[in-house]
Write a protein that binds this ligand. Structure first.
Ligand code: SF4
Length: 441
């Protein structure tokens, strides 16, 4: 049975290249082990011509569509097109399918929804479809039946070491390696934090304790060995978990074993509130070159009350210094255009970024991901505009706030890097500096 997996990528991309996704890769590996054939199409938004070409070439019997919080519009139109033009059954999976299952399963053309961690549920559901059995009632599967929607109970998450390594061939991984020389890996699932702009709340509610499940170091290193053997062009490694560095015992073992088994330079994400001197030291000992992090906003009010990020300005600055003192370079992401953003809070963000002396800065226009607490705040205030979620990819604001209109947010984004280099430029900044406490300068 031929399964087509749909992934939605940045519409600006014209190369048709898929984004590597660990869980999609694991799902494909499990489906193949069960006798299914899988293929993947990376669609740049709603793209009927590309969809038609893919369906005619692949001749799928079932479609699995990734439904994430930033591609709802493109997925909705694509699923409608599949139902109308090709009469193929579609199941949705991903963050929006998990956090907003009722609206997601109600999208015209959706046959089923896989809630939460979806790999095992996908295999069980497609096995039932293939064998002519009834998928209604399967754990992790919501499915439309003649008598209504059957909501299967949540499926318990699998121990991570029991899952197969992801099927990287699905993503044309050789092309990714040739383009980037880097291989991405995931070592854990879950997160102990509660950032208000993130969907983690939903997963934490579904799966409870422990908030983070982690692969063993040896399981991760076995996968890295295999990837290096299969794709010799890999010259560096990326770990994209947000909880990569928050378990001391795991990090001690990783820092000891990784250089012995692999030794390629690597980068990872680090939450600044989790940074200690010992963790920075372990990252460096293990061969980490870059720590990527998220500052949120320079406004303490926005950081704490809107984004639920709790390191103080001083902790942020100190954590960046600690990482750099250990020999790492630090890249930081900041939001522009968060709820309650104003010219004053933008200046505070510029000021905080300057204090951190980051090696690289990545400003992002804030996007209120549906079903997050930050999006609910925007909805309650009537700030969600009619501009669609394609603006997420375009880096344009979808908020209409009296404190800072969308056009000003977009302008602030365009000017951010140049303003960062000119700290003395505005009277407003001089005024803010005048009132900042001495220890904060
Ligand atoms: S640290 Fe990352 S994964 Fe965790 S809640 Fe915050 S944004 Fe989400």
């Amino acid at each position: 049975m031929q399964i087509l997996i749909l992934q939605f990528v940045d519409p600006a991309r014209t190369d048709g290249q898929a984004e590597f996704s660990h869980p999609i890769g694991v799902m494909s590996a499990m489906l193949k082990a069960d006798g299914f054939e899988t293929s993947l199409a990376a669609l740049p938004g709603f793209a009927p011509a590309a969809l038609r070409e893919t369906i005619l070439r692949q001749r799928p019997q079932y479609v699995l569509a990734e439904l994430d919080v930033w591609n709802v519009s493109a997925a909705r139109r694509t699923i409608g097109e599949i139902a109308q033009q090709y009469a193929l059954p579609v199941a949705v999976f991903g963050t929006h399918a998990t956090c907003s299952p009722e609206p997601a399963v109600s999208i015209p053309g959706v046959h089923a929804l896989l809630r939460g961690e979806y790999e095992q549920s996908a295999v069980a559901m497609l096995r039932a479809v293939r064998d002519g059995a009834d998928p209604a009632g399967l754990e992790g599967v919501w499915v439309h039946t003649d008598s209504g929607l059957a909501r299967g109970a949540l499926r318990a998450p699998a121990p991570l070491d029991s899952l197969p390594f992801p099927d990287r061939g699905l993503f044309d991984f050789g092309r990714i390696v040739r383009a980037t020389r880097e291989a991405p890996f995931k070592v854990a699932r879950g997160c102990p934090h509660w950032c208000a702009y993130c969907v983690n709340d939903w997963y934490a509610d579904l799966y409870g304790d422990p908030p983070v499940r982690r692969r063993t170091v040896s399981h991760v290193l076995d996968e890295i060995d295999k990837v290096r053997a299969d794709w010799p062009g890999v010259e560096s490694v990326k770990f994209y978990d947000h909880a990569f560095a928050d378990d001391d015992a795991w990090l001690e073992e990783f820092a000891r074993e990784y250089p012995r088994r692999c030794g390629l330079p690597w980068r990872c994400h680090v939450r600044l509130i989790d940074v200690t001197e010992r963790r920075a030291e372990l990252l460096a000992l293990g061969g980490c070159r870059w720590a990527h992090t998220h500052l949120g906003s320079g406004s303490r009010f926005i950081r704490e009350e809107v984004l639920s990020m709790f390191p103080s300005d001083d902790k942020i600055v100190a954590a960046c210094r600690t990482l750099r003192a250990a020999g790492l370079r630090v890249a930081g992401e900041v939001f522009l255009g968060t709820p309650y953003e104003s010219e004053i809070t933008l200046e505070e963000t510029l000021s905080l970024v300057r204090r951190t002396e980051l090696d690289a800065v990545d400003p992002r226009v804030f996007f209120p991901a549906p079903a997050t607490r930050a999006a609910e705040l925007c909805e309650e205030n009537g700030w969600i505009s009619g501009r669609g979620d394609e603006n997420y990819w375009l880096g344009r604001s979808v908020l209409d706030m009296p404190s800072l209109p969308a056009a000003q947010i977009d302008a602030a984004m365009a000017a951010f890097r140049s303003r960062l280099k000119r700290p003395q430029e505005t009277a407003l900044r001089r005024l803010l500096d005048k009132f900042r406490p001495r220890g904060d300068r």
